[in-house]
Design a protein around this ligand. Sequence first.
Ligand code: EPZ
Length: 415
Amino acid sequence: MKGIRITGQIPLDGEVRIQGSKNAALPVMAAALLNRGTTVLKACPRITDVFLMEKILRGLGAGTRWQGDSLEISACQISGCQVERELGEKMRSSIVLLGSLLGRCKEAVLPFPGGCVIGARPIDLHLRALEALGAEFAEQDGRLYGRTGKMKGGTILFPKSSVGATENAVLAAVCGEGTSVIRGCSREPEVGWLCRFLNQAGGRISGIGTSCLVIQGVPKLHDTVFTIPPDRIAAGTYVCASAVTRGKGILIEPPVKEMKALLRAYEKIGGQYVYNSGKLFLCSQKASRPIQWLETQIYPGFPTDLQSIFLAVLACAEGDSRIKECIFEDRFKVVPQLRRMGAHIEVEEQTARVRGGTLRGTRVKAEELRGGAALVIAGLGAQGETYVENREFMERGYEDICRDLNCLGARVRKD
Ligand code: EPZ
């Protein structure tokens, strides 16, 4: 059993450099297929989801090569448009290949992505958006078949915000014929980074950061070297690690502008911080207050990916808190494992009521990426030792959560 062993209640006081963003890297890797040349991604996180996307790209005939933390993707020739089923089924975010394959090959075959632990994860918004740009879809034997004569400019109005669907629409439109107007776009930073990458490679996208993107299709993209931005969720995880241990800590080059909602919540529980010359100085000695009401929202609201992790912090607070999950329908799956550590959490529909107190270290089980990270954070705040099973879930999104937490002064090890 691969797990993580954590010694609790050591006040953190170290410094850690923030890794590249998983959710920025994956769509940019898919976008590299649109360039019939070579794309270099610097500061690319060495995480299993990136390695899986790399395997998928190679399966499509692209070449990939690592040089330190730079990933080079050569897509001069690609041999097909069919994502290998067993690879695609392992990572639902491979759905973002739909837009780039349609843009590159006018065809795409992917495993129909199922749901996962946190929800049904439908793709209706993806399909409607791509149909508006000239694609047609069919499903057969658990596979999604997409094709188009040519991706043409069109108007898309998303009825609700979807990161992946926005990314797919952008990828399909950037080399399409004509101009596309996409309203109701997700404003998550990762959408902006994808657009910046595409513009750097020759795309013509305006409205970045707003909910309305205007894309003038270009005949092709060109080679470029792009730096993957730091991961706001990993950085937020380490702010929570400092808070739950009532310690300090310094984050090097965190994307603070993308972390405002988390840092507001951190201040509400009594955390104090200063950002200066690329370093975020944390002081959590007083970070023990509860939060009367917190809810996850689309950006720039509090990120759903930090909900479970912040829940672990509130489970160790001095008082009652409530946190509402407004993005995914089933994102309190970690609660039973937190209860095994003595957490007092009641879930009613989409709201968790937390009575803060002292957690006790024990053996718990990760079931998905951010819930697993939440258990590690809970272990840092608990008395005694905690063992979190199924480390592979955390390795999907964190390069090395043990290395990073130990840099911050924790005592955490793979076991
Ligand atoms: C992205 O997932 C992220 N993944 C998720 O991070 C993140 O939690 C999520 O955005 C929300 O911020 C990547 O970027 C790889 P959505 P995505 O489409 O694109 C519903 C992590 O831990 N919806 O914005 O799949 C959907 O069910 C992962 O790093 C539809 O109804 O999220 C959800 O309730 C977990 N129809 C809501 O929209 C659709 O066609 C938001 O989903 C698509 C989505």
